[in-house]
Design a protein around this ligand. Structure first.
Ligand SMILES: Nc1ncnc2c1ncn2[C@@H]1O[C@H](COP(=O)(O)OP(=O)(O)OP(=O)(O)O)[C@@H](O)[C@H]1O
Length: 234
C-alpha cells in the first residue's frame, strides 16, 4: 500500500479558455486543441481518446504542468499551473502527480525496489526505512518482487506494475497515465488497467488517462475524445 499520507488534495481540475499549440517552423505555432471550459472534480477519473498526433500527450503534459498552454487557465484547486514559472510547476508536480507512461520510463540496471524508490531520491542519496517499507508493500500489492536485481529481466506487464508502484509511492492526489497499456498484451494490459483504476479509487486520486484501449477507457467515469481541435463527448 502507499504508506505516506497524501499531501493536500489536488482540488477540482478547472480549465478555462485553454489554447494549446505546438511550435511550427513555418507558422511559428500550430494550434492543436482548444478547451473553452472543463471542470473535473477531485477523485474523478477521465479518459482521453484521439487519433495518433491528436494531442493527447501534449494535453496531459499541460495538465501535469510539464508544459504550458499558449493561453488559458489550468487550475488544480486554487493553483493555476499555467501562471506558474517552471520551477514552481515542477515543485507542484513532485508533490501532487504520479505519472505512468507507455514505455515505463524505468531505469534498467536498477532493481525493482530501487526503481520504485527513485522519487524518494530527489535531493537525497538514501530513501528512509519508511519509504522502503512502503515501496516493498506496494510491489507486493502489485504482485512484483522487490528483489529483482534488474528491471530489464521483468516482463513488460511487470515493468508497468513497477512503474505504477513508483507513481503511487507518495500517494499522489493526481495520477496521470499516458497510454499505460499500449505496449502490453491484452492480459497484461487488463491487469495493469485493473490496478490503475482500482488503486486510484482506493487512494482517492484524480485519474487522467490517455488511451486507445476501449476496455480501460470504459472503466473510467468520464470520457472525452479529441476531434479536430476540440475535446468532445464520444
Ligand atoms: N515540442 C513539439 N514541437 C513540435 N511539434 C510537437 C511538439 N510536441 C508535440 N508536437 C506535435 O503535436 C502533435 C500532437 O502530439 P502528441 O504527442 O500530443 O499526440 P498524441 O495524441 O499523444 O499522439 P500518439 O497517440 O501518436 O502518441 C503531433 O503532431 C506532434 O508532432
Amino acid at each position: 500500500m502507499p504508506a505516506s499520507p497524501a499531501v493536500e488534495p489536488s482540488g477540482t481540475l478547472s480549465l478555462r479558455g485553454l489554447e494549446i499549440a505546438v511550435p511550427d517552423r513555418a507558422a511559428g505555432w500550430r494550434p492543436l486543441l482548444t478547451v473553452p471550459e472543463l471542470d473535473l472534480p477531485a477523485g474523478a477519473s477521465l479518459g482521453i481518446e484521439g487519433g495518433s498526433g491528436a494531442g493527447k500527450t501534449t494535453l496531459l503534459h499541460i495538465l501535469a504542468g510539464i508544459a504550458t498552454p499558449r493561453a488559458g487557465r489550468v487550475a488544480w484547486g486554487e493553483t493555476d499551473l499555467a501562471a506558474l514559472p517552471a520551477p514552481a510547476r515542477d515543485a507542484w508536480r513532485r508533490r501532487h502527480v504520479g505519472m505512468v507512461f507507455q514505455d515505463f520510463h524505468l531505469v534498467e540496471g536498477l532493481s525493482s525496489l530501487a526503481n520504485v524508490l527513485l522519487p524518494a531520491l530527489f535531493g537525497r542519496t538514501r530513501a528512509s526505512a519508511a519509504e522502503r517499507a512502503a515501496a516493498m508493500a506496494l510491489l507486493d500489492r502489485l504482485g512484483v518482487r522487490g528483489d529483482v536485481a534488474d528491471v530489464a529481466a521483468l516482463s513488460r506487464g511487470e515493468r508497468q506494475r513497477v512503474a505504477l508502484a513508483r507513481a503511487l509511492l507518495f500517494r499522489p492526489p493526481v495520477l496521470i497515465a499516458d497510454e499505460p497499456t499500449a505496449s502490453l498484451d491484452a492480459e497484461a494490459g487488463a491487469t495493469v488497467g485493473d490496478l490503475l483504476v482500482g488503486l486510484a479509487a482506493e487512494t482517492g486520486a484524480t485519474l487522467l488517462v490517455a488511451s486507445h484501449d476501449r476496455a480501460l477507457l470504459g472503466r473510467l467515469q468520464w470520457q472525452l475524445r479529441i476531434v479536430g481541435n476540440c475535446l468532445v463527448t464520444p
